[in-house]
Design a protein around this ligand. Structure first.
Ligand code: BG6
Length: 482
């Protein structure tokens, strides 16, 4: 067979954002309150776990009209600035934009029978704007948000009722937006084990065993919802494809000691488990053993298993930011909520937020996923959160970001040459936005700078960073100069 040289002509170069980190306009056009609107800002840069939200925190946020403490309520005002912002993305030459649709714009509480037309009209405008520049939409249906009302009424995804609320939402989207070829159901589905922020499960007051029970139950109902959504989409628009989306964290063994290697393999399987279910259509036996050992009693019916088996995902997408290392000892110290697991890798440098940077790990990841699933892959997030400085003449010399991307894209290119089918690459993110984990504005990922600080002060003006011109050139050359 021919060995591929570099990037295929139809490679989908792009970038990714989410609704809750960019749109703002939290109460405009009848949008309902979402779980993202309840997340407070955090100032601890090295925070390893998202602190669970207590019932009291939730109630307070639910009633509060404050925006400063809850920055996702303001985002970067993309709701109003999207024409200028999309024009800048078009100037950069991106071929695909990954974005998400806020459930609360379409069904403000999740309980309505009919969708909110003003919310749909907004996304109609987004699709029209993208079409104007020939930018392919890649849509995440659920990106870390859901109607807050569903947490109150149902305990979020820990209840089966939420599946129906969700498929009511997706039916509206699939009928209205037949132009979408690529859909993702749940962003970073494995982070559901972190709790409220991803699944709307309010369990801060529970024991860790009860939390585990609720969180794995929430994961299961998402698996079922995802399979039902695939079934629904195949009926409405058989050409369209659905991908799983995993926060992939490859685990390395800290030493060559067999106990450590086994610990690393077992930790890694806790991450791969989500794809095992969504791509292969069944729970792997190692998880059944794990559930038993943890004394979890999950509601998994035969009908659920049948639908999961019948509707696996068409492709696999993942975010890639870091790898982790583990040894026999450190594996037992991990809590379900930890974002950065294990120890520091002595061979790697970390970002200012402690995320270990590992370009070769991307190639290892691509090999692992291709070897295991043989489904097309899509890298839908990769990027560097950094503190950028604006010079007096309004420039941002982010050579560290350029070098981060360059090194990761070189590995991606090698993987293409290895013969792995990779549909595209959407960096996180094209434009600075509110950080998911800390809700800071100063954790910047963009090629485009946004003049806003952590308190929301600033002009909101957009400035092109050096990386903007660099990525533009990479796309224009189809990666030839990497
Ligand atoms: C992923 C999320 O976890 O990483 C994004 O899908 C998020 O929503 C990105 O923004 C970077 O994380 P953070 O916390 O630095 O914004």
């Amino acid at each position: 067979a021919n060995i591929t040289q570099g990037f295929p002509d139809d490679f989908l170069w792009g970038s990714a954002i989410s609704a809750n980190q960019t749109e703002g306009a939290w109460q405009v056009d009848d949008k309902g309150l979402s779980t993202a609107d309840i997340m407070r800002r955090i100032t601890d840069r090295q925070n390893k776990a998202l602190a669970p939200i207590t019932k009291a925190d939730f109630d307070q946020a639910y009633r509060s009209k404050d925006v400063e403490q809850y920055p996702k309520r303001r985002g970067i005002d993309f709701y109003h600035t999207y024409p200028e912002d999309i024009a800048l993305l078009a100037e950069m030459g991106i071929k695909v934009l990954r974005f998400s649709i806020a459930w609360t714009r379409i069904f403000p509480t999740g309980l309505e029978e009919e969708p909110n037309l003003a919310g749909l009209a907004y996304y109609d405008r987004i699709f029209a704007e993208l079409a104007k520049y020939d930018i392919e939409p890649l849509v995440t249906i659920s990106h870390f948000e859901m109607p807050a009302m569903l947490c109150i009424k149902y305990q979020g995804w820990a209840s089966r009722e939420v599946i129906t609320a969700f498929t009511k939402f997706t039916a509206v989207l699939f009928k209205r937006y037949p132009q979408v070829k690529y859909w993702l159901t749940f962003n970073e589905i494995n982070t559901s084990l972190w709790g409220f922020h991803e699944t709307g499960v309010l369990d801060a007051e529970k024991t860790s065993q009860e939390q585990l029970q609720l969180r794995y139950q929430a994961v299961h109902y998402q698996f079922v919802a995802s399979a039902l959504v695939i079934q629904q989409l195949k009926q409405i628009n058989p050409q369209a494809q659905v991908g799983a989306m995993l926060a992939r964290m490859q685990t390395y063994a800290a030493t060559a000691k067999p106990d450590d290697v086994l610990a690393a393999q077992e930790t890694d399987r806790q991450n791969l488990f989500f794809l095992d279910v969504q791509a292969r259509g069944e729970y792997p036996s190692y998880m059944n053993r794990y559930f038993k050992e943890q004394a979890l009693d999950l509601d998994i019916t035969l009908a659920d298993q049948a639908i999961i088996a019948q509707y696996p995902v068409d492709f696999i997408s993942f975010s890639y930011y870091m790898t982790t290392i583990v040894d026999e000892e450190s594996r037992h110290q991990q809590a379900a909520g930890n974002m950065v697991v294990g120890k520091a890798n002595p061979y790697l440098k970390a970002s200012a937020w402690g995320w270990q940077i590992d370009p070769i790990g991307l190639r290892i990841t691509l090999n692992t996923l291709w070897d295991r699933y043989q489904k097309p892959l899509f890298i839908v997030e990769n990027g560097l959160g950094a503190l950028d400085q604006v010079t007096n003449d309004e420039q941002i010399h982010d050579d560290y970001r350029i070098s981060y991307y360059q090194q990761h894209l070189q590995q991606l290119k090698l993987s293409l040459e290895d013969g792995i089918p990779i549909l595209g690459y959407t960096s996180w993110s094209p434009i600075d936005c509110i950080s998911f984990s800390t809700s800071e504005m100063s954790k910047r990922y963009g090629f485009i700078y946004v003049d806003l600080d952590d308190d929301g002060n600033g002009t909101g003006q957009r400035l092109k960073k050096d990386s903007f011109y660099w990525y533009k050139k990479v796309i224009a050359n189809n990666g030839a100069d990497l």
